[in-house]
Design a protein around this ligand. Structure first.
Ligand code: PHE
Length: 487
């Protein structure tokens, strides 16, 4: 209706100057006219300009007086032409608010004598208020003082009215073309798709808002761990390289080239590019030397160290590869005490089962400073894990090629009622640190743990494949609550 009226009118006229007037002349609902204009404007059938008008309209109270007369006149008329009426009796004849307002206004106008008895003081009154209200209701102009009086008595309010002026747009047509939005089965069967005009894609259209944004449980736990590290004054190491050379992943960490972890059963080797391009030459020489014949009080491993083996690219098997790069860089720029951490992905060529995946996340922390001892390591671990809500810790001697001493970390889990292994730690060996060029009295304490283990415990997940990988149920993300570590 409104659409035909607008498009039809513009066929023979330059402009609809006022959508409000246009709607009123045709007995159309202005809201509907406005909606049609917006839609036609969107498809550029028409150009529309906003028009704003301000107009006084009657309040509900104003409307009742426009119909029944002002309270002061209602009161005046209730007083007998001759003699007087007791105030209580007059009150009974009128609505309470009309009586109250009427008394004060009629008194002010000196229309009546107010006492115990009420009597008229004038013969005749005019209902100016009612007349003004009726004029406003009809859209007629009213003087400024009168407007102020009515406004002060809250009988009128200013209302902004919004409408449009409308002209033909670039796509104007007297009738809107029906464009198809879908190619249906019926279109194909009837072959009428050839004649159909399709709606253009709107690549700027916004998609419906998603119900909620959800973080994976691993990301929630990661964020909290990151906060803990930051609170403890640790800096995050850059871990944005999944591909690492064997050199940084193993050799720099004094892991001998025959070590079983360097076998393709345990490690993913890259086919392309299969080798690294660049290694720091002098440092490579020192690493070769320490592997072959030791130094710094060590006997070394006594084997023929091969650069070809060190150059092989692997998917990093632990984030300690990042720590070795960072410590080497620190030694080159001149030693300063540091606390570093990282939380990122690592890869191991392992059989997948309910507790193992071929890729998982490691949390790694290290402190390097002069004169650090095993006591410092235990202290830092107790501080770190207590912030995770694990305050009962036990340490068990262990072995890592790059740490001495090394300790496995156990924590008593109240829920499970037993000690669970939660990480691995140690002091980096001089065979690792000294070839890097770190001063003799500098020690590094370090530890590592998986992100999956604490996450599974926190969320009560017992199969790692339910947490990570292609079998994860996506609704897990929506359902899982915010985790609260350490409380
Ligand atoms: N890199 C070790 C692992 O993968 C963890 C570790 C880090 C151990 C630092 C000692 C020191 O298990």
């Amino acid at each position: 209706m409104a659409e035909e009226a607008i498009l039809g009118y513009l066929e023979h006229h330059e402009e609809i100057t006022d959508s409000g007037q246009f709607a009123a002349d045709r007995a159309l609902d202005h809201n509907e006219v406005v909606n049609v204009i917006k839609s036609l404007h969107g498809f550029r059938y028409v150009d529309a300009q906003d028009i704003k008008k301000e107009a006084w309209v009657l309040t509900d109270e104003g409307k009742t007086y426009a119909a029944a007369g002002s309270p002061e006149v209602q009161l005046f008329l209730a007083v007998p032409t001759e003699g007087s009426i007791p105030k209580e009796e007059l009150q009974k004849k009128l609505d309470p608010s009309v009586f109250k307002i009427g008394c004060s206004q009629a008194g002010k106008n000196k229309w009546v004598e107010m006492g115990k008895q009420v009597s008229r003081k004038v013969e005749h009154v005019e209902d100016k208020i009612k007349d003004l209200l009726l004029r406003i209701q009809e859209g007629q102009a009213v003087g400024k003082d009168d407007v102020n009086t009515l406004k002060a008595r809250k009988l009128i309010v200013l209302q902004t009215w919004k409408g449009y002026s409308v002209r033909k747009g670039p796509n104007y047509a007297p009738k809107r073309k029906k464009v198809a939005t879908d190619l249906t089965r019926e279109n194909l069967q009837r072959s009428d798709w050839k004649e159909l005009e399709f709606k253009e894609y709107n690549f700027n259209a916004k998609g419906p808002p998603s119900e909620c944004g959800c973080l994976h449980p691993l990301m929630k736990v990661k964020k909290q761990l990151k906060d803990i590290f930051l609170q403890m004054g640790f800096e995050e190491m850059p871990t944005n390289n999944y591909v690492e050379s064997s050199f940084w992943n193993f050799d720099a960490l004094f892991q001998p080239q025959q070590h079983p972890a360097r076998d393709s059963h345990d490690t993913f080797f890259l086919q392309a590019p299969s080798t690294t391009q660049e290694l720091p030459e002098d440092y490579v020489e020192r690493v070769k030397h320490v592997h072959e014949s030791g130094g710094y009080g060590s006997r070394g491993y006594g084997y023929d160290w091969k650069i070809e083996e060190a150059k092989k690219n692997v998917l990093r098997t632990h984030t300690t590869a990042v720590s070795s790069r960072m410590l080497f860089a620190l030694a080159q720029q001149g030693f300063a005490p540091k606390r570093y951490f990282s939380i990122d992905r690592v890869f191991r060529n392992e059989a997948v089962d309910r507790t193992h995946l071929a890729e998982f996340h490691q949390i790694e922390g290290l402190v390097c400073d002069r004169g650090l001892t095993l006591g410092h390591l235990i202290g830092v671990l107790e501080d770190f894990f207590s912030r995770l809500g694990m305050s009962k810790l036990k340490f068990k001697p262990a072995y890592n090629p790059y740490t001495e001493p090394s300790m496995e970390i156990f924590s008593y889990h109240d829920g499970l009622g037993k000690w669970v292994e939660i990480g691995n730690s140690g002091m980096f060996r001089p065979e690792m640190l000294r070839p890097m060029g770190l001063p003799e009295d500098v020690n590094v304490i370090a530890w590592g743990l998986s992100l999956e283990r604490p996450t599974m415990i926190l969320y009560g997940i017992d199969n790692i494949r339910d947490l990570f990988g292609h079998k994860v149920d996506l609704s897990l993300m929506k359902r899982n609550p915010i985790c609260r570590i350490g409380i």
